[in-house]
Design a binder for this molecule. Structure first.
Ligand code: C2E
Ligand code: CA
Ligand code: CA
Ligand code: CA
Length: 275
């Protein structure tokens, strides 16, 4: 905590000072990283669970930092969101992803995560559509994932953005479904194409009966809304079987593979005849 020092100056306790210094250092490193183009898209397979067929990829951001190594987004996305860096970072990642995905089999979709901060920007839809035009990637194969957090922060703006993207043929998924506070009315009134069940629920699925019931409840909610479902975080054959017994879903998770960089993804597609 902040305390008043002997001479009336504020000083920070060592732990907080260290934390602050680290944050500032991290912010500076992220800025340099953007300038030096150190951020790269990784891709996680999305599978039709019934047929086992690969149907697309979710792009997940990674930071290839000479200082810190390969950094996960939970570390840098929150900092980028606080410092107005997220839009620039996201634009550069999506551009790279669209160019990578152009080389994939035309049946495969590309899905990207959009921050609540971006969903507040009234120009966001135009900027995203511009990227599709620029790269020549078909909107029908493109999907955005937005979280429930976006909805309670800026519902009006979310409605405008999702409606205009949907009109251009882009698909809209509600990410981390079940972890937020979206009301049924909100879900019904926004043009969602799909729900993604958060991996925390999928992890519970094979834990005990309560976990399984919870997932069942979420699934029937989705079915009640007439929305197809993707389950994330499928790690075991057991979880996969449990999901398959609940319905026909898409899914992703370490059972199928970890997120991989563009060239590894390309090699994977070449092996399966999907490039
Ligand atoms: P998310 O969208 O819920 O993505 C799923 C996360 O779960 C990813 O972590 C993925 O690597 C991880 N995962 C996938 N399968 C499994 C599994 O079977 N078991 C376990 N334990 N984990 C699994 P990652 O890549 O660290 O991403 C974390 C979050 O960062 C994402 O959560 C997403 O919200 C955010 N994020 C990633 N890339 C971007 C981006 O470009 N823009 C924005 N705004 N957010 C991003
Ligand atoms: Ca996601
Ligand atoms: Ca998330
Ligand atoms: Ca999630």
């Amino acid at each position: 905590a902040k305390k008043r020092g002997r001479n009336g100056y504020f000083w920070f306790e060592p732990a907080m000072e260290t934390e602050l210094r680290f944050r500032n250092e991290l912010e500076g490193a992220i800025r340099r990283g953007i300038a030096l183009d150190e951020f790269v898209p990784y891709y996680e397979q999305q599978i039709d669970l019934r047929t086992g067929e690969l149907v697309g990829f979710e792009m997940l951001a990674r930071w290839n930092s000479p200082e810190y190594g390969l950094v996960n987004p939970d570390v840098f996305i929150p900092v980028a969101e606080e410092n107005e860096l997220i839009s620039e970072l996201s634009e550069s990642l999506i551009r790279k992803a669209l160019n990578d995905a152009k080389d994939w089999d035309p049946r495969l979709t590309l899905s990207v995560n959009i921050s609540p901060v971006q969903m507040r920007n009234p120009l966001f839809a135009q900027q995203l559509l511009h990227l599709l035009v620029e790269t020549g990637f078909p909107p029908s194969r493109f999907e955005i994932e937005i979280t429930e957090t976006s909805l309670h922060e800026n519902l009006a703006s979310v409605r405008t953005i999702t409606t205009s993207l949907k009109n251009q043929g882009i698909k809209i998924s509600l990410d981390d479904f079940g972890t937020g506070y979206a009301s049924l009315a909100q879900l019904r009134n926004l043009p969602f194409d799909r729900l993604k069940i958060d991996r925390s629920f999928v992890a519970e699925l094979t834990n005990d009966e309560k976990g399984a019931e919870l997932v069942e409840a979420i699934v029937s909610l989705g079915q009640g809304l007439n929305l197809p479902i993707t389950a994330e975080g499928i790690e075991t054959a057991e979880a996969l079987e449990a999901l398959k017994s609940l319905g026909q879903f898409k899914g992703q998770g370490y059972l199928y593979g970890r997120p991989e960089d563009a060239s590894t993804t390309k090699e994977r597609l070449a092996r399966t005849g999907l490039s």
